[in-house]
Design a protein around this ligand. Structure first.
Ligand code: PGA
Length: 239
C-alpha cells in the first residue's frame, strides 16, 4: 500500500481529487463512493469543478459502500440522502446511474444478493474509502472475513457511538446496516483510503503497517495491488 501524508485535511482532499480526475478520463468510469465526514472535502471539490464546467459526471456510474437499515426514505441520515445532497445533486450525474443499497427492502437477504450481483457487473474503477476508528471499511467490522460479499451487519457499539453525533441521540442510531463485503471492495481496480485527524491515527497505523488480520479490516488493503492511503499529518502521527 502506498502512503501519502499531506499537511492537512484540504490537501488530503485535493490529492484524492487528482486521482478521481484521472480515473474519470477512462471510458466508462465507475466510482465506488463512501459516506462519512472524511470524503466531504473531496465531494466539495468535485461539485465545485462540475459547477464551473471543468468536470462532468454525465458518463459516470457510481456504487456506494453501504446503507443503514430501517431509516425511512428521505431520512437525512440515510446514506442515499447524504450522497444526493453532498454530491449527486450538485453535479450533472444521471441519478439513475447511482447505486446505493436499499435499506428498506422487504427481503434484506434478497437485497444483499441483488446488490452483490450488481457489483459483480460493475467493477469500481476506483473505490473511495474512509476508515473507522476500529479499522472498519464500509460497515465491515473487525472479525469480518476477508472473503465476505454484500451482507447484513449488526453495528458495533463503537461505530454506533462514533455516528451518534449525527442523530438526536444514540437510541436513534440504527443497529443494522447493509454493506459491500471486503472482497467486493478488494475487487476495485484502484482504492483510495482517506483519513484525517488524531482519532484515526491508531487505525491508520494498524491498517498501514500492522499485521494483515481480520481483526483490522483495513489491513487487507496492504494486499491490494493499487491502493493508496492518503492521510493528513495528525492521522499519520503513529506511522
Ligand atoms: P468518518 O467515518 O469519515 O465520518 O470518520 C469513516 C468510517 O467510519 O468509515
Amino acid at each position: 500500500m502506498k502512503v501519502t501524508v499531506t499537511q492537512n485535511y484540504d490537501e488530503m482532499s485535493k490529492a484524492a481529487y487528482k486521482i478521481v480526475q484521472e480515473v474519470l478520463k477512462c471510458q466508462n468510469p465507475i466510482l465506488g463512493l463512501a459516506t462519512g465526514s472524511t470524503p466531504l472535502g473531496l465531494y466539495a471539490l468535485i461539485s465545485e469543478a462540475c459547477k464551473k464546467g471543468d468536470l462532468s459526471l454525465k458518463h459516470v456510474k457510481s456504487v456506494n459502500l453501504d446503507e443503514y437499515i430501517g431509516l425511512p426514505k428521505g431520512h437525512k441520515e440515510s446514506y442515499r440522502y447524504f450522497m444526493d445532497t453532498n454530491l449527486f445533486d450538485k453535479t450533472d450525474i444521471d441519478k439513475s446511474s447511482t447505486y446505493v443499497p436499499n435499506g428498506n427492502a422487504e427481503d434484506m437477504q434478497a437485497e444483499c444478493d441483488r446488490y452483490n450481483s450488481l457489483l459483480n457487473r460493475m467493477r469500481q474503477s476506483v473505490q473511495i474509502l474512509g476508515i473507522g476508528g476500529n479499522g472498519h471499511i464500509g460497515f465491515n467490522e473487525p472479525g469480518t472475513p476477508f472473503s465476505s460479499v454484500t451482507h447484513l451487519v449488526d453495528l458495533q457499539e463503537r461505530t454506533r457511538q462514533d455516528n451518534a453525533r449525527f442523530f438526536n441521540s444514540i437510541d436513534e442510531v440504527p443497529r443494522q446496516a447493509i454493506t459491500m463485503g471486503i472482497s467486493n471492495i478488494m475487487n476495485a481496480e484502484r482504492i483510495v483510503i482517506l483519513a484525517s485527524g488524531k482519532s484515526k491515527a491508531e487505525a491508520v497505523r494498524a491498517a498501514a503497517i500492522g499485521e494483515v488480520s481480520e481483526q483490522c479490516p483495513a489491513s487487507v488493503l496492504q494486499k491490494h495491488p493499487d491502493a493508496v492511503l492518503i492521510v493528513d499529518e495528525a492521522a499519520a502521527e503513529l506511522l
